[in-house]
Design a protein around this ligand. Structure first.
Ligand SMILES: C[S@@+](CC[C@H](N)C(=O)[O-])C[C@H]1O[C@@H](n2cnc3c(N)ncnc32)[C@H](O)[C@@H]1O
Length: 347
Protein backbone atom coordinates (compact mmCIF):
# COMPACT_ATOMS: atom_id res chain seq x y z
CA UNK A 1 0.00 0.00 0.00
CA UNK A 2 2.85 2.33 0.86
CA UNK A 3 4.13 1.77 -2.69
CA UNK A 4 0.88 3.10 -4.13
CA UNK A 5 1.11 6.14 -1.92
CA UNK A 6 4.66 6.73 -3.05
CA UNK A 7 3.42 6.42 -6.60
CA UNK A 8 0.68 8.96 -6.04
CA UNK A 9 2.94 11.37 -4.20
CA UNK A 10 5.66 11.07 -6.79
CA UNK A 11 3.15 11.41 -9.54
CA UNK A 12 1.94 14.54 -7.91
CA UNK A 13 5.40 16.02 -7.58
CA UNK A 14 6.45 14.85 -11.00
CA UNK A 15 3.24 16.16 -12.47
CA UNK A 16 4.16 19.73 -11.67
CA UNK A 17 6.52 19.63 -14.60
CA UNK A 18 4.00 18.21 -17.02
CA UNK A 19 1.92 20.11 -19.56
CA UNK A 20 -1.69 20.31 -18.49
CA UNK A 21 -3.35 19.11 -21.66
CA UNK A 22 -2.73 15.96 -23.67
CA UNK A 23 -1.15 16.31 -27.07
CA UNK A 24 0.28 19.77 -26.38
CA UNK A 25 3.52 18.72 -28.01
CA UNK A 26 4.59 15.52 -29.61
CA UNK A 27 8.09 14.19 -29.66
CA UNK A 28 9.92 11.39 -31.40
CA UNK A 29 11.15 8.90 -28.89
CA UNK A 30 12.61 6.21 -31.03
CA UNK A 31 12.52 5.44 -34.70
CA UNK A 32 14.70 2.33 -34.76
CA UNK A 33 13.66 -0.55 -32.51
CA UNK A 34 11.35 -2.50 -34.66
CA UNK A 35 10.84 -5.68 -36.51
CA UNK A 36 9.90 -5.12 -40.06
CA UNK A 37 6.57 -3.35 -39.68
CA UNK A 38 6.27 -0.54 -42.17
CA UNK A 39 3.24 1.11 -40.60
CA UNK A 40 4.96 2.86 -37.74
CA UNK A 41 8.37 4.12 -38.70
CA UNK A 42 8.74 6.62 -35.88
CA UNK A 43 7.65 6.06 -32.34
CA UNK A 44 5.82 9.21 -31.41
CA UNK A 45 4.09 9.68 -28.09
CA UNK A 46 1.95 12.50 -26.79
CA UNK A 47 4.50 14.50 -24.86
CA UNK A 48 4.35 13.45 -21.23
CA UNK A 49 0.76 12.28 -21.23
CA UNK A 50 2.34 9.29 -19.56
CA UNK A 51 5.83 7.78 -19.65
CA UNK A 52 5.59 4.01 -20.23
CA UNK A 53 7.05 2.00 -17.37
CA UNK A 54 9.34 -1.07 -17.79
CA UNK A 55 8.70 -0.90 -21.51
CA UNK A 56 11.37 -3.36 -22.65
CA UNK A 57 10.56 -5.87 -19.90
CA UNK A 58 6.87 -5.74 -20.87
CA UNK A 59 7.69 -6.37 -24.52
CA UNK A 60 10.00 -9.25 -23.65
CA UNK A 61 7.35 -10.62 -21.31
CA UNK A 62 4.82 -10.69 -24.14
CA UNK A 63 7.30 -12.64 -26.34
CA UNK A 64 5.75 -10.97 -29.41
CA UNK A 65 5.30 -12.92 -32.64
CA UNK A 66 5.04 -10.51 -35.58
CA UNK A 67 1.81 -12.12 -36.81
CA UNK A 68 0.29 -12.61 -33.35
CA UNK A 69 -2.78 -11.14 -31.68
CA UNK A 70 -2.25 -9.04 -28.54
CA UNK A 71 -4.30 -7.01 -26.10
CA UNK A 72 -3.18 -3.94 -24.14
CA UNK A 73 -6.01 -3.55 -21.64
CA UNK A 74 -4.74 -0.18 -20.35
CA UNK A 75 -3.93 1.99 -23.39
CA UNK A 76 -3.47 5.35 -21.58
CA UNK A 77 -0.92 7.41 -23.53
CA UNK A 78 -0.34 4.40 -25.76
CA UNK A 79 3.37 4.05 -24.92
CA UNK A 80 3.23 0.28 -24.61
CA UNK A 81 0.77 -0.14 -27.49
CA UNK A 82 2.95 1.84 -29.86
CA UNK A 83 5.95 -0.30 -29.03
CA UNK A 84 3.89 -3.48 -29.53
CA UNK A 85 2.63 -2.53 -33.02
CA UNK A 86 6.21 -1.75 -34.02
CA UNK A 87 6.94 -5.43 -33.56
CA UNK A 88 3.93 -6.65 -35.53
CA UNK A 89 3.84 -7.33 -39.26
CA UNK A 90 0.80 -6.48 -41.37
CA UNK A 91 -1.04 -9.61 -40.24
CA UNK A 92 -0.54 -8.93 -36.52
CA UNK A 93 -3.29 -7.42 -34.37
CA UNK A 94 -3.45 -5.29 -31.25
CA UNK A 95 -6.66 -4.53 -29.37
CA UNK A 96 -6.18 -1.71 -26.88
CA UNK A 97 -8.74 -1.00 -24.15
CA UNK A 98 -9.26 2.17 -22.15
CA UNK A 99 -12.34 3.36 -20.31
CA UNK A 100 -11.19 6.99 -20.31
CA UNK A 101 -12.18 9.01 -23.37
CA UNK A 102 -9.13 11.26 -22.93
CA UNK A 103 -6.99 8.29 -23.95
CA UNK A 104 -8.66 8.06 -27.36
CA UNK A 105 -6.82 11.08 -28.77
CA UNK A 106 -3.56 9.22 -28.25
CA UNK A 107 -4.62 6.45 -30.60
CA UNK A 108 -4.89 8.69 -33.67
CA UNK A 109 -1.19 8.41 -34.53
CA UNK A 110 -1.23 4.60 -34.59
CA UNK A 111 -1.73 3.67 -38.22
CA UNK A 112 -1.12 -0.08 -38.11
CA UNK A 113 -4.09 -1.75 -39.87
CA UNK A 114 -4.40 -4.39 -37.14
CA UNK A 115 -4.76 -1.82 -34.33
CA UNK A 116 -8.17 -1.24 -32.69
CA UNK A 117 -8.95 0.98 -29.74
CA UNK A 118 -11.79 -0.36 -27.63
CA UNK A 119 -13.31 2.34 -25.45
CA UNK A 120 -14.45 0.10 -22.66
CA UNK A 121 -13.69 -1.25 -19.24
CA UNK A 122 -11.32 -4.21 -19.42
CA UNK A 123 -13.72 -6.20 -17.28
CA UNK A 124 -15.51 -6.79 -20.62
CA UNK A 125 -12.39 -8.19 -22.28
CA UNK A 126 -13.88 -11.46 -23.56
CA UNK A 127 -17.11 -9.85 -24.78
CA UNK A 128 -15.33 -7.25 -26.93
CA UNK A 129 -12.84 -9.72 -28.36
CA UNK A 130 -15.78 -11.91 -29.33
CA UNK A 131 -17.38 -8.91 -31.01
CA UNK A 132 -14.25 -8.62 -33.16
CA UNK A 133 -14.36 -12.33 -33.91
CA UNK A 134 -11.37 -13.15 -31.72
CA UNK A 135 -11.51 -16.18 -29.44
CA UNK A 136 -7.93 -16.45 -28.27
CA UNK A 137 -4.91 -14.16 -28.23
CA UNK A 138 -1.16 -14.56 -27.84
CA UNK A 139 -0.73 -12.11 -25.01
CA UNK A 140 -2.45 -9.67 -22.67
CA UNK A 141 -0.69 -6.67 -21.13
CA UNK A 142 -2.11 -4.69 -18.19
CA UNK A 143 -0.42 -1.56 -16.80
CA UNK A 144 -2.78 -0.89 -13.92
CA UNK A 145 -3.92 2.29 -12.21
CA UNK A 146 -4.18 5.79 -13.58
CA UNK A 147 -1.99 7.77 -15.96
CA UNK A 148 0.02 10.88 -15.13
CA UNK A 149 -2.40 12.78 -17.35
CA UNK A 150 -5.38 11.72 -15.24
CA UNK A 151 -3.66 12.80 -12.03
CA UNK A 152 -2.63 16.11 -13.52
CA UNK A 153 -5.97 17.04 -15.05
CA UNK A 154 -7.17 19.13 -12.10
CA UNK A 155 -10.87 18.86 -12.95
CA UNK A 156 -10.80 15.05 -12.67
CA UNK A 157 -10.46 15.37 -8.90
CA UNK A 158 -7.78 12.66 -8.53
CA UNK A 159 -5.21 14.93 -6.96
CA UNK A 160 -5.01 16.45 -3.50
CA UNK A 161 -3.07 19.33 -5.07
CA UNK A 162 -5.90 20.97 -7.00
CA UNK A 163 -9.25 22.33 -5.85
CA UNK A 164 -11.84 20.44 -7.90
CA UNK A 165 -15.18 18.67 -7.64
CA UNK A 166 -14.78 15.27 -6.02
CA UNK A 167 -14.98 13.08 -9.10
CA UNK A 168 -12.18 10.47 -9.55
CA UNK A 169 -13.91 8.55 -12.32
CA UNK A 170 -11.65 7.03 -14.97
CA UNK A 171 -14.76 6.52 -17.08
CA UNK A 172 -16.33 9.96 -17.12
CA UNK A 173 -19.71 8.50 -18.05
CA UNK A 174 -19.88 6.14 -15.04
CA UNK A 175 -22.59 6.94 -12.49
CA UNK A 176 -20.55 6.73 -9.26
CA UNK A 177 -18.30 9.66 -8.27
CA UNK A 178 -16.22 10.21 -5.15
CA UNK A 179 -18.78 12.87 -4.22
CA UNK A 180 -21.52 10.21 -4.12
CA UNK A 181 -19.34 7.92 -2.04
CA UNK A 182 -18.51 10.45 0.70
CA UNK A 183 -22.02 11.92 0.81
CA UNK A 184 -24.22 8.82 0.54
CA UNK A 185 -22.34 5.77 1.85
CA UNK A 186 -23.19 4.67 5.37
CA UNK A 187 -20.63 5.13 8.14
CA UNK A 188 -19.82 1.40 8.21
CA UNK A 189 -19.27 1.28 4.46
CA UNK A 190 -16.95 4.29 4.64
CA UNK A 191 -15.09 2.76 7.58
CA UNK A 192 -14.56 -0.48 5.66
CA UNK A 193 -13.35 1.04 2.41
CA UNK A 194 -11.03 3.55 4.09
CA UNK A 195 -9.44 0.74 6.09
CA UNK A 196 -9.31 -1.81 3.28
CA UNK A 197 -8.29 0.31 0.29
CA UNK A 198 -6.40 3.10 2.02
CA UNK A 199 -5.11 1.34 5.14
CA UNK A 200 -6.19 4.46 7.00
CA UNK A 201 -5.38 3.86 10.68
CA UNK A 202 -8.22 5.92 12.15
CA UNK A 203 -10.73 4.82 9.50
CA UNK A 204 -13.59 4.54 12.00
CA UNK A 205 -13.03 8.05 13.39
CA UNK A 206 -12.71 9.48 9.89
CA UNK A 207 -15.89 7.75 8.68
CA UNK A 208 -17.78 9.27 11.63
CA UNK A 209 -16.28 12.71 10.91
CA UNK A 210 -17.35 12.54 7.25
CA UNK A 211 -20.89 11.61 8.20
CA UNK A 212 -21.04 14.42 10.79
CA UNK A 213 -19.67 16.97 8.37
CA UNK A 214 -22.04 16.16 5.50
CA UNK A 215 -24.93 16.62 7.90
CA UNK A 216 -24.36 20.38 7.94
CA UNK A 217 -23.28 20.68 4.29
CA UNK A 218 -22.38 18.21 1.51
CA UNK A 219 -18.72 17.45 0.85
CA UNK A 220 -18.43 18.70 -2.73
CA UNK A 221 -14.80 19.39 -3.48
CA UNK A 222 -11.29 18.10 -2.86
CA UNK A 223 -10.78 21.16 -0.66
CA UNK A 224 -13.90 20.35 1.41
CA UNK A 225 -12.51 16.87 1.93
CA UNK A 226 -8.95 17.88 2.81
CA UNK A 227 -10.45 20.46 5.19
CA UNK A 228 -12.00 17.57 7.15
CA UNK A 229 -8.92 15.37 6.83
CA UNK A 230 -6.63 18.10 8.11
CA UNK A 231 -8.12 17.80 11.59
CA UNK A 232 -7.55 14.04 11.76
CA UNK A 233 -4.24 13.62 9.95
CA UNK A 234 -1.15 12.66 11.98
CA UNK A 235 1.02 15.75 12.45
CA UNK A 236 3.76 16.03 9.84
CA UNK A 237 2.17 13.26 7.74
CA UNK A 238 -0.80 15.18 6.41
CA UNK A 239 -0.01 14.67 2.74
CA UNK A 240 0.46 10.93 3.13
CA UNK A 241 -2.85 10.74 5.00
CA UNK A 242 -4.68 12.67 2.26
CA UNK A 243 -3.16 10.36 -0.35
CA UNK A 244 -4.33 7.27 1.55
CA UNK A 245 -7.89 8.57 1.69
CA UNK A 246 -7.94 9.70 -1.96
CA UNK A 247 -6.59 6.32 -2.99
CA UNK A 248 -9.31 4.46 -1.08
CA UNK A 249 -12.00 6.57 -2.73
CA UNK A 250 -10.47 6.12 -6.18
CA UNK A 251 -10.38 2.34 -5.84
CA UNK A 252 -14.02 2.32 -4.71
CA UNK A 253 -15.26 4.74 -7.40
CA UNK A 254 -13.63 2.75 -10.19
CA UNK A 255 -14.19 -0.69 -8.63
CA UNK A 256 -10.56 -1.29 -9.47
CA UNK A 257 -10.02 -4.59 -7.67
CA UNK A 258 -13.30 -6.07 -8.86
CA UNK A 259 -12.52 -5.12 -12.48
CA UNK A 260 -9.02 -6.59 -12.15
CA UNK A 261 -10.36 -9.90 -10.82
CA UNK A 262 -12.94 -10.12 -13.57
CA UNK A 263 -10.39 -9.39 -16.30
CA UNK A 264 -7.81 -11.84 -14.92
CA UNK A 265 -10.41 -14.60 -14.64
CA UNK A 266 -11.23 -14.13 -18.35
CA UNK A 267 -7.57 -14.40 -19.41
CA UNK A 268 -7.74 -18.15 -18.67
CA UNK A 269 -10.11 -18.52 -21.60
CA UNK A 270 -8.77 -15.69 -23.73
CA UNK A 271 -5.03 -16.47 -23.76
CA UNK A 272 -4.04 -19.48 -25.87
CA UNK A 273 -1.83 -22.19 -24.34
CA UNK A 274 1.74 -20.88 -24.48
CA UNK A 275 0.50 -17.26 -24.62
CA UNK A 276 1.57 -14.64 -22.12
CA UNK A 277 -0.03 -12.63 -19.32
CA UNK A 278 1.96 -9.51 -18.36
CA UNK A 279 0.66 -7.40 -15.48
CA UNK A 280 2.20 -4.32 -13.89
CA UNK A 281 0.79 -3.04 -10.61
CA UNK A 282 1.70 -0.14 -8.37
CA UNK A 283 0.44 -1.19 -4.96
CA UNK A 284 0.41 -4.25 -2.79
CA UNK A 285 -3.37 -4.90 -2.95
CA UNK A 286 -3.19 -5.35 -6.72
CA UNK A 287 0.15 -7.12 -6.74
CA UNK A 288 -1.02 -9.65 -4.15
CA UNK A 289 -4.11 -10.37 -6.19
CA UNK A 290 -2.10 -10.87 -9.41
CA UNK A 291 0.50 -13.02 -7.65
CA UNK A 292 -2.14 -15.32 -6.12
CA UNK A 293 -3.97 -15.60 -9.40
CA UNK A 294 -0.81 -16.64 -11.24
CA UNK A 295 0.12 -19.12 -8.49
CA UNK A 296 -3.28 -20.72 -7.96
CA UNK A 297 -5.57 -19.58 -10.79
CA UNK A 298 -7.86 -18.19 -8.08
CA UNK A 299 -8.17 -15.16 -5.84
CA UNK A 300 -8.48 -17.03 -2.57
CA UNK A 301 -8.01 -20.54 -1.27
CA UNK A 302 -5.51 -23.23 -2.18
CA UNK A 303 -4.35 -24.58 -5.51
CA UNK A 304 -6.79 -27.07 -7.09
CA UNK A 305 -5.32 -30.56 -7.61
CA UNK A 306 -6.24 -33.21 -10.17
CA UNK A 307 -7.02 -36.86 -9.32
CA UNK A 308 -3.31 -37.66 -9.17
CA UNK A 309 -2.52 -34.78 -6.83
CA UNK A 310 -0.91 -32.62 -9.51
CA UNK A 311 -1.49 -28.89 -9.27
CA UNK A 312 -4.14 -27.82 -11.76
CA UNK A 313 -3.26 -24.21 -12.53
CA UNK A 314 -3.86 -22.22 -15.71
CA UNK A 315 -0.61 -20.21 -15.62
CA UNK A 316 3.07 -20.81 -14.95
CA UNK A 317 5.09 -17.89 -13.57
CA UNK A 318 7.87 -16.98 -16.02
CA UNK A 319 9.68 -14.87 -13.41
CA UNK A 320 9.58 -16.10 -9.82
CA UNK A 321 9.98 -12.59 -8.43
CA UNK A 322 8.34 -9.50 -9.90
CA UNK A 323 10.46 -7.39 -12.25
CA UNK A 324 11.13 -3.92 -10.88
CA UNK A 325 12.59 -0.82 -12.54
CA UNK A 326 16.26 -0.04 -11.97
CA UNK A 327 17.58 3.17 -10.42
CA UNK A 328 18.10 4.81 -13.84
CA UNK A 329 14.48 4.32 -14.83
CA UNK A 330 13.26 5.61 -11.46
CA UNK A 331 15.49 8.68 -11.83
CA UNK A 332 14.06 9.32 -15.30
CA UNK A 333 10.50 8.54 -14.30
CA UNK A 334 9.74 8.66 -10.56
CA UNK A 335 6.32 7.11 -11.20
CA UNK A 336 8.04 3.86 -12.09
CA UNK A 337 9.33 3.52 -8.55
CA UNK A 338 6.60 1.33 -7.13
CA UNK A 339 6.02 -0.77 -10.26
CA UNK A 340 5.97 -4.56 -9.98
CA UNK A 341 5.75 -6.55 -13.17
CA UNK A 342 4.59 -10.17 -13.18
CA UNK A 343 4.84 -12.38 -16.25
CA UNK A 344 3.11 -15.72 -16.69
CA UNK A 345 2.58 -18.26 -19.46
CA UNK A 346 -0.74 -20.00 -20.12
CA UNK A 347 -0.24 -23.70 -19.55
C1 LIG B 1 -1.07 3.47 -16.04
S1 LIG B 1 -2.09 3.98 -17.34
C2 LIG B 1 -1.48 3.08 -18.73
C3 LIG B 1 -0.37 3.79 -19.42
C4 LIG B 1 0.06 3.14 -20.72
N1 LIG B 1 0.61 1.83 -20.51
C5 LIG B 1 1.06 4.01 -21.41
O1 LIG B 1 2.21 3.60 -21.57
O2 LIG B 1 0.72 5.14 -21.77
C6 LIG B 1 -3.57 3.12 -17.03
C7 LIG B 1 -4.67 3.40 -18.03
O3 LIG B 1 -5.59 2.33 -17.91
C8 LIG B 1 -6.90 2.81 -17.88
N2 LIG B 1 -7.67 1.87 -17.06
C9 LIG B 1 -7.51 1.59 -15.75
N3 LIG B 1 -8.40 0.67 -15.36
C10 LIG B 1 -9.13 0.35 -16.44
C11 LIG B 1 -10.22 -0.54 -16.69
N4 LIG B 1 -10.75 -1.28 -15.70
N5 LIG B 1 -10.70 -0.64 -17.94
C12 LIG B 1 -10.19 0.11 -18.95
N6 LIG B 1 -9.19 0.99 -18.78
C13 LIG B 1 -8.65 1.11 -17.55
C14 LIG B 1 -6.81 4.20 -17.28
O4 LIG B 1 -7.89 4.99 -17.74
C15 LIG B 1 -5.45 4.67 -17.78
O5 LIG B 1 -5.57 5.41 -18.97
Amino acid sequence: MVELLNGLLLNGRFGQFLPKTPNEKRKTVNGKRHSGCTFVTKRTVPDLYHIPVLLDACLEGLAIRPGGVYVDVTFGGGGHSRAIVEQLDETGKLFAFDQDDDAAANAASITHPGFRLVRANFRHLRKYLKLYGVKQVDGVLADLGISSHQIDAAERGFSTRFPARLDMRMDQTAPLTAREVVNTYGEDQLHRLLGMYGEVKNARTLAAALVRSRFSSPIETTADLTGILQKLAPKGKEFKYYAQVFQALRIEVNQELVALEEMLAQTVEVIRPGGRLVVMSYHSLEDRLVKNFIRTGKFSGDVEKDLFGNADVPFRAVTKKPVEPDADEVARNPRARSAKLRIAERT
